[in-house]
Design a protein around this ligand. Structure first.
Ligand code: LLP
Length: 438
């Protein structure tokens, strides 16, 4: 669900014409809808109302200050993974006592900074890290609040690069060893065992893996809650979003990642909705009587952002049509990195039907064949100078952007109704060499 819609054939973000933004601010350009971000956060919060809960937005998905301050105003918590992210929370007016700090490689400096700032909890990923946090806690005469991250060894059926809950990857502590480690942690002078955490992966599009993981964790959580007076259970993030909207037929379709194709929705395989998520998980979690934490990133911002780009050239080789645009893999790396699908639509709707579509590769100017946004994609006919919108780019878009090929990163715009805020100015080339010496 989002607030990017055609009005009289022109794409609008809330009350603002996207083409006007593109002409005014240039391309490539990220455009975010504040209303969409707010509505996603609020819907999730409401669905979880029966639980004592805290939604900690996983800000790695999009850490622009304007986005963070929007969520801070709604009293969101934040899931952070670095000192830099904590700094951003503070700059955006967020509450550090609602922050959880995740990640397998927290440095001494980062731990000190977070402890001094007073975060809600460290999500600890190894015994070595626990020892380090304890040592720092003692030296600062504090008890660091921690949750151990349990790896429930559940297959989440998502892309290999974003699966985290199995023993094949570096995250969390093996389910079987967690009990002993809680025992040790509870005797550490610099540690306050406050909760328990899990996260099984990202872009999960069915409810089953979440339910399976929670069910698997429940006996352990109950036992540790009683033994160590744990206050919270964080079930992580990973709520998937729709990157491929329903097909023209009007029939509900969804992208099945395990089979890598679009399938009609049936009773057994409904795409994930917040309703379904809450309806399934709330009854499992409520009897625990604990505070439940969530760490959604993509769900909050994914469909709230687009990347606007301009067609530079059309090129036909022996076999293919290429639409060469001014955005590239450095601006949005997801297709290159994960083979991910992003819908691409023109800012001005084309009167022609599907029949007039031309199969094209939409590619950027970077010197790599991986630099594409779509392959063999039926696209309405476009001309040089036309604008296109790459949809669902609000999560892991700008956040993963780089300066590869010495390309300045795009500007970011936040729209609310008819008001437009420049959340980040476009980088200049001079800024890119700042700090370098010739
Ligand atoms: N909690 C933990 C511990 C995580 O590692 C992550 C994401 C989240 C929460 C938030 O997950 P989400 O709700 O956004 O699915 N760059 C990839 C996604 C990487 C996800 C990393 N961890 C992409 O573009 O698909």
């Amino acid at each position: 669900m989002h607030e990017f819609r055609y009005q009289q054939g022109e794409l609008f973000c809330e009350g603002v014409s996207v083409e006007k933004l593109a002409r005014r601010h240039g391309t490539p350009l990220y455009v975010y809808s504040r209303g969409t971000i707010e509505s996603h956060f609020t819907r999730l919060n409401l669905a979880l109302k029966p639980l004592d809960h805290m939604v900690c937005y996983a800000m790695k998905a999009n850490s622009n200050l304007a986005v963070l301050s929007t969520l801070a105003r709604l009293k969101a918590g934040f899931d952070i993974v670095s000192a830099g992210e904590l700094y951003r929370v503070l700059r955006a007016g967020g509450d550090p006592s609602r922050c959880v700090f995740a990640g397998v490689g927290k440095t001494e400096d980062e731990i000190r900074f977070a402890l001094k700032t007073g975060i809600y909890s460290f999500n600890v990923e190894s015994e070595a890290e626990l020892n380090r946090i304890n040592r720092i806690g003692i030296s600062m005469r504090k008890q660091a609040p921690v949750a151990l991250r349990v790896n429930p060894n559940i297959e989440a059926h998502t892309h290999a690069k974003i699966t985290t809950g199995t023993y094949e990857n570096k995250f969390g502590i093996a389910y079987e060893t967690i009990e002993g480690l809680y025992g040790r942690a509870s005797r550490m002078a610099g540690i306050h065992v406050r909760g328990i955490q899990m996260h099984i992966g990202s872009q999960i599009t069915t409810v089953a893996p979440f339910a399976r993981a929670v069910r698997k964790m429940l006996p352990l959580v109950r036992m540790l809650r009683d033994r160590h007076q744990l206050e919270f259970f964080s079930i992580g993030g990973g709520i998937g979003i729709v990157y491929r909207p329903a097909l023209e037929s009007g029939r509900r379709m969804w992208w099945d990642p395990s089979r890598k194709r679009i399938r009609p929705a049936g009773a057994a395989s409904l795409p994930l909705t917040i309703d379904l998520y809450a309806r399934t998980l709330v009854p499992l979690l409520k009897p625990l009587g604990m505070r439940i934490l969530l760490e959604p990133g993509r769900f909050i911002v994914g469909n709230a952002g687009i990347l606007v780009t301009r067609v530079e050239y059309l090129k036909r080789t022996g076999r293919k049509n290429f639409v060469i645009v001014d955005a590239a893999m450095n601006d949005l790396i997801r297709p290159a990195f994960y083979d991910s699908y992003h819908q691409i639509v023109p800012l001005r709707q084309h009167p022609k039907s599907m029949a007039g579509m031309i199969k094209s590769d939409v590619v950027g100017p970077v010197c790599e064949s991986g630099d594409y946004f779509a392959k063999d994609r039926p696209l309405v006919p476009v001309r040089e100078g036309d604008y296109l919108s790459i949809m669902s780019a609000g999560a892991y878009g700008f956040a993963m952007a780089s300066n590869y090929n010495t390309r300045p990163r795009p500007a970011e715009i936040l729209v609310a109704g008819k008001t437009v805020k420049v959340g980040r100015k476009r980088e200049t080339i001079a800024e890119l060499v700042r700090g370098e010496a010739a």
